[in-house]
Write a protein that binds this ligand. Sequence first.
Ligand code: GMT
Length: 386
Amino acid sequence: MRIGITCYPSAGGSGIVASELGMKLAERGHHVHFISSEPPFRLNTYMENVFYHPVAATNYALFKSPPYTLPLAVKMVEISKNYNLDLLHVHYAIPHAASAYLAREILAAEGKPPKIITTLHGTDITLVGADASFFDITKFSINQSDGVTAVSNYLAEETVREFSITRDIKVIHNFFDATRFKPGTSNCCKSQFAADDEFLIIHLSNFRPVKRSPDVIDIFAKIKKSLPAKLLLIGEGPDTTLVRRLVKRKGLEDSVIFLGAQIRVEEILPCGDLFLLPSQEESFGLSALEAMACGVPLVGSLGSGISEVIEDGVTGMLHPVGDTGAMADSAIELLGDPVRHKSFQEASIRRANDRFLDTNIVTEYERYYECVLERCSEDAKAMKVQ
Ligand code: GMT
């Protein structure tokens, strides 16, 4: 197939999923054209069958800021025509699904337009899409897409509830690359961050308010009173300054390491003993899955998509949002019991591989593409319906 993929290029889960999916599809022989403002974060090297087309948002004195939605639509038209694309797969509804709709309308007048698949990732529904200034266009673009997927049942249900959507939404969970995300080997980098007798606790996010990163510091401060530990923070975002201030105020400067945004997190995650994700909500929690695949159990928030990824009491311990006391108690209990900790590590690796393996999930996307392109069997077509 000839596939156009559009996503945000920044270090967020939706761009990462789009990049990983595109690379896996390219390995399977599909031609994948990334259409975005910059090369996506994890798409950092050239590989066969992968093409990148930048979208330049031209500014003009009249504009307050350069428009992006329209040049993106025009670039989608250009690439669809030049490479005869079968479909445009857009990740994160706003504004990508609206641009794809415009592109398809323009192309329809000229011949065979590509099909549009929109993958919903989270705040495009739960925060931004639900905002009055985006609501109607988000609902319209979802309804106009030829196929719609969501990364969890939680998100599919939220979409139906929020937008009164009646069309099918196919749930395709996020996945991990099993060749890269796996338990640590003897050359694990833990000693760079923590002493032999210290536990290494990791948090990875884009430090947006929805991640509740100050809670991470609160939980860590409580753990630190009972156990020797270091906290490794990976990522960068609007709350990083706030978190730095909090670390200083709590006198934890020597115990917290700020690593900033990192591309090859698979080389760091296996060194962790525990992963913290106390988010307000997560449609899925890709970082939790990648940690889980590396054999790192999680302590975090109950509800939303995290509960679909983590099995509470088996691969992690979940508590109501904001209950940092209970989260710290669970962390102390788990780290203080080596037998239980080991069973959580093993269960994490098993669950990741049983449920979220790249090979299986990429095949689900391929089958879904075939169905949207009306090339699949009646049996497979039924798969479109949840
Ligand atoms: O919706 C967002 O916040 C953006 C998105 C991103 O680009 O980081 O994150 C969402 O998509 C990820 C990939 O599907 C999920 O793993 C995250 O849980 C989800 N974030 C939220 O729901 C807050």
